[in-house]
Design a protein around this ligand. Structure first.
Ligand SMILES: Nc1ncnc2c1ncn2[C@@H]1O[C@H](COP(=O)(O)OP(=O)(O)OP(=O)(O)O)[C@@H](O)[C@H]1O
Ligand SMILES: [Mg+2]
Length: 266
């Protein structure tokens, strides 16, 4: 096996995002060291997706972004768009919450996985083989046939896995995944979570994983931050957050998950 490439850590300090007079993120600080998996949880509307977009430099137009996002030695906040775009995919890769809008509807999905592989120097043949391997590794059936399809010919869960394969194809230092398994059944979900573990454990990539599902959180991350109205209100080992939450926002998430589990049992 080849040794993993040296990876850059992600370090976020006092990140603020404001749209008009609304402060959407309010002083977020977090770290994703190489090879580690950080979970981000929080109620709907707490700012999880905005955080993911801000990290990638994809906030909506009119949004003001302040604070610091460092990837290794490079400061990303304030970087010219063109440079920022260049580091997308290889520096930071993203899996969006809505797989439908993330794919180019007019291009076959295979070509969309091949592109980042080609960009990192693979020959046409190698990139094609790599795309099939990646598609198989995220549990897509008959990848050879499936990769010739257009996005609208696939199911939502298949599209979601194509998006994961595209993010992995760029071999980024840090993968930002925003609820990447919501459209998947539990078996497929488990396989994807394992695939992310491989990316971090064997390839040294960092993972920032947004989820509202505490069972998924416990499977995928060792440490997590809790967002509440744009602020990090609690950070710590996942087991501690789930068993002894300190902040009422964390306690509310844990209680809601328990209530759901009780409903399932009765
Ligand atoms: N394009 C936008 N313009 C203005 N406000 C926005 C925009 N996108 C999101 N917001 C606001 O930012 C806040 C955070 O939204 P965000 O999508 O980050 O929440 P979330 O934690 O990802 O929620 P969910 O769990 O439902 O996905 C919300 O109050 C939302 O209304
Ligand atoms: Mg969201």
């Amino acid at each position: 096996m080849t040794a993993p490439a040296p990876r850059r850590d992600l370090r976020v300090r006092d990140l603020r995002v404001q749209i008009g007079d609304r402060r959407i993120l309010d002083g977020v600080s977090l770290d994703v060291p190489s090879g580690e998996r950080l979970g981000v949880i929080g109620a709907s509307g707490s700012g999880k997706s905005m955080l993911a977009l801000a990290l990638l430099g994809l906030t909506p137009s009119g949004a003001e972004v302040r604070g610091s996002i460092r990837l290794g030695a490079t400061e990303l906040v304030g970087q010219p768009d063109r440079e920022r775009a260049r580091s997308r995919g290889s520096g930071l890769g993203i899996v969006f919450q809505e797989p439908g809008t993330a794919l180019d509807p007019l291009r076959r999905v295979g070509a969309q996985i091949v592109e980042p592989l080609r960009r990192s120097g693979a020959s046409r043949t190698d990139a094609r083989a790599g795309a099939i391997r990646l598609a198989a590794s995220v549990g897509l059936p008959e990848p050879g046939r499936l990769l010739r399809q257009y996005p609208h010919q696939l199911s939502g869960g298949q599209r979601q896995r194509i998006c994961i394969a595209i993010a992995l194809a760029g071999d980024p230092d840090v993968i930002v995944a925003d609820e990447p398994t919501t459209a998947l059944d539990v078996t497929t979900q488990a396989r994807i979570l394992e695939r992310f573990q491989t990316a971090t454990a064997e390839r040294g990539q960092g993972l920032l994983f947004v989820t509202h599902d505490l069972a998924v959180l416990a499977q995928v991350a060792d440490t997590a931050v809790v967002l509440d109205r744009g602020q990090v209100v609690e950070t710590g080992p996942v087991t501690r957050l789930l068993t002894a939450p300190q902040h009422r926002a964390t306690a509310a998430l844990v209680e809601a998950a328990r209530a759901t589990a009780r409903m399932v049992r009765t």
